[in-house]
Design a protein around this ligand. Structure first.
Ligand code: GLN
Length: 211
C-alpha cells in the first residue's frame, strides 16, 4: 500500500487525485490519499509520497506559510518532513517553484534555480509534446503560466525537456515539473511517483545535462 499526502492549498488537486487513482489501478497497488491542509495534518500523517500541485506560489506561501504569520503551517512542516525522510515527492508548476525555492530558511529541496512566470502571462500558456527521459518516452506537456529552470546544481538531473530546455528536474526521489501532468490522460509521472515510493531508489542516469 502507498500512502500519498496531497497538499490541498490550491491548484488542480482533484485532477491529481484522479491521476493517482488511475496510476494505482494501473499498478494494481492499494492507495490511500491523505488530504493535507494544516501543519497538524502533516505531523500526524506520515506518508510515503507527497504531491504539491500548481497554483500561485505567492498565494500558496501565504496561506500555507507559518501559523504565526496567519498561514496554516502546512508548507514549513512539509518541507521539514521532506528534509528528514526519504519520502518521494512530485511538485507541479507552482509546486516545482516551492521545491526549488522553499523560502523557509532551509536548503532547497531540489537543487535548481527557477524563474516564475518566465514565459509571460496567462495568454502565453501553451502545450507541447515534450521528451521525458525519466519515463523513456514523450509526454504531453501542458504549461500554464509556467516557470523556467535557470540552472541545475550538483545532484539535479533533467527528467523532461521541451526541445533543449529542461522542464522537469529530479533529485533523488524528488521531482519538479514546470508543466501539469495531472491535466492530461497520461499518468506516467503519477505511476513514477507510486513506483518510486514503493521501491528502492532507482538510479536515473540517462541524462547528460547534469551540472
Ligand atoms: N505562475 C504560477 C506561480 O508563479 C505558477 C502557475 C501554475 O502553477 N500553473 O506560482
Amino acid at each position: 500500500m502507498v500512502e500519498v499526502g496531497l497538499c490541498m492549498i490550491q491548484g488542480a488537486r482533484h485532477a491529481h487525485i484522479r491521476a493517482l487513482d488511475s496510476a494505482a489501478e494501473y499498478l494494481n497497488c492499494p492507495l490511500v490519499i491523505h488530504e493535507l491542509r494544516t501543519r497538524e495534518d502533516v505531523i500526524k500523517t506520515p506518508c510515503d509520497a507527497y504531491v504539491l500541485p500548481g497554483g500561485e506560489s505567492t498565494v500558496m506561501r501565504l496561506t500555507g506559510g507559518l501559523e504565526e504569520q496567519g498561514g496554516s503551517g502546512l508548507l514549513p512542516a512539509l518541507f521539514e518532513r521532506l528534509r528528514h525522510t526519504d519520502a518521494t515527492v512530485l511538485g507541479t508548476c507552482a509546486g516545482a517553484i516551492l521545491l526549488c525555492d522553499p523560502q523557509d530558511g532551509g536548503q532547497p529541496l531540489i537543487p535548481a534555480t527557477i524563474d516564475r512566470n518566465a514565459y509571460g502571462r496567462q495568454v502565453d500558456s501553451f502545450q507541447s509534446i515534450i521528451d521525458a527521459p525519466l519515463l523513456s518516452r514523450s509526454f504531453p506537456g501542458v504549461f500554464i503560466r509556467a516557470p523556467r529552470f535557470e540552472s541545475l546544481s550538483v545532484g539535479a538531473k533533467v527528467a523532461a525537456n521541451n526541445g533543449d530546455e529542461p522542464v522537469g528536474v529530479i533529485s533523488g526521489r524528488r521531482l519538479a515539473l514546470t508543466f501539469h501532468p495531472e491535466l492530461t490522460e497520461d499518468f506516467g509521472f503519477h505511476i513514477w511517483l507510486l513506483n518510486t515510493a514503493m521501491g528502492p531508489i532507482e538510479s536515473f542516469s540517462s541524462v547528460e545535462s547534469e551540472a
